[in-house]
Design a protein around this ligand. Sequence first.
Ligand code: SF4
Length: 283
Amino acid sequence: MAEYVKRYNPNRSSEWNYGGPKWRLSRSKLDFFLECPRCFYLDNKLGTKRPGFPAFNLNIAVDELFKKEFDVHREAGTAHPIMRKYDIEAIPFSHKDIDKWRDNFVGIDYKDKETGLVISGAVDDIWVKPNGELIIIDYKATSKDGSIIELSDSPWDQQYKRQLGVYKWLLEKNGFKVSNTGYLVYANADKAVDAFDDRLIFETTLVSVELEEEWIEPVLEEIKACLESDEIPEIGNNCEFCPYREAAGKKLLHMHQALKARPKKDPNSDTKETIEQLKKKYA
Ligand code: SF4
């Protein structure tokens, strides 16, 4: 069996931290600040990032296939069938920088004049109307019951709304005119079929998103103040990692103290006793 390769580096090089030459405020970091200022601070100021999740390879595959599909129409200057289905008069936008804007390691960026922060984000796609106005697009893949026809008020959907709002703001700051309505191209896999048979069957829908950007600049000011401060910010409300860290830390400390204080006789029996005490204490 191939050996597990550890990728997590709990002490990142300081050049990637706030103040370092490689640091930028990506769209996802901006959202991370809204989720939990404390973890944002630990990550961006102190260089310890919360471990991530494995990549969602099926979602990535759908994104790549959508990209290929829309690129055919970008090249030809034609509308994709889904645009016609939803009566959207537009074609995929051709621009010399489109591949940079779609690259997670590059993206579109802008240096905010008030805070001096460089904000960046990588779009999935941009469409353009006949009058030159741009439309922000993001591809999504999931598997939910029924057709996905509108954005819900779930935290995920609200995060998507902020995501598209940041892309709009970035493009406008770079001099483009951008529509107030963006779209999610949603691929929804059907779980109700009888068997897998080596394929997933998707329904693709277009979900409109009203984009808001008024919240961005006030949040940039809060982020700047957080990063300039020497005080550790409060934790976010909905994360399960901190309760885990606290409980694990207390138990380890308890064991450490009990084992340190043990008389030098049978160390194994002392460990067992300590574990039994811990089980009772936290039962
Ligand atoms: S609650 Fe704790 S672990 Fe979760 S994001 Fe905040 S600081 Fe990080």
